[in-house]
Design a protein around this ligand. Sequence first.
Ligand code: PLP
Length: 414
Amino acid sequence: MPTSPRPEWTAVRAQFPAMTQDVSGHPLVYLDSAATSQKPRVVLDALAKYYERDNANVHRGIHELSRRATIAYEEARAKLASFIGAADPSELVWTRGTTEAINLVASSWGLDTLKEGDEVLLSSMEHHSNIVPWQLVAHRTGARLRYIEMDDQGRLVLDDLSELLTERTRLVAVTHISNALGTVNPVREITEHAKKVGALVLVDGAQAVPHRRVDVQELGCDFYAFSGHKMCGPTGSGALWARRELLESMPPYHGGGEMIRIVGRDSSTWAEIPHKFEAGTPNIAGAITLGVAADFLDEVGFDAIAEHEREVLAYALQRLDDLGGVTVYGPTDLDERSGVISFTMGDAHPHDISTILDSRGVAIRAGHHCAQLVMKHFGISATARASFYLYNSTDDVDRLVEGLASVQEIFGPG
Ligand code: PLP
């Protein structure tokens, strides 16, 4: 088991300027990447370069800067489409992130398709952004929401699928990886079951795309949503991927400029996909620099990233176990979890744990992580959550554990 970071990962970390600062008089240990990741120098430089040289609106300008911006914007779309294994760049709609991508499907496909008696199958480990949009649509259409439950390790109970999936199921919407537990769900298997009853499958990929090679065609899903800011890209960037025939059949979600073909007094016709879903001036800089982030991750390589994160995760789980008094939620098998550790420590409130760690320069998250159904399942109101990414090391784990030891000094051993 490693006790000091490998030089190649020290070099990766050095490319993230935010990671080199002191916080509360200590070198920063950033363990909140499941909330948002830090950004490498290449992404920050690309953002500055875009605004310094190429800034213009896309698609409609007949001048050099608009040409440059449009080319870079559409090249980034093609890059991100191939990054997630999509066959066709026009199947990738830019959004502000996962939340907007799921709302797009719920409002467009959901309101247009669902009716009384139809069912949408979610899971009880979903982030609120894959629950609330469906509740809003269910209230308006009369559709019913059902849930795949979890076991005591926070794994989906797939044995129930044959009972839950019926000819009334129109959509299964599940997360690829849980932000609150780190559980990696068997999406391919879920998709195969869903297809047997003719249901579509939406996957929330917010916690997956930053950490592993995703191939939407291999997964066999119909919709895939992800956020740029969790994968080294800028905030306000992200995308929805969907099968061409679905996007073509779905009505627009927002109305405005860019998404139309012809506008009349009483009605309009729509632009081709994906533009039909991209009303108004998009986050041009966000899309372009998300392309740079994808290149960066490709260059480091997902095999290497996954191996590194697993090493850090295994080391962290072992050290927490050695410390004692820490309850870790989620699967015990490393093959079934990603680099997220949700935990509680006796009577110490997660907010107090986080505050004490913060005073030592260690940034974690505390709360329900927008997953209140997960908290309810485990009979708790909140957890502390440390989440790892490619720039973290076993040294960071040591600093986390030192901080937790001081939490135990204050609150008792738990
Ligand atoms: N789904 C999951 C699993 C998440 O972890 C998050 C963010 O934490 C979201 C959805 C929402 O992502 P965003 O806020 O980028 O739209």
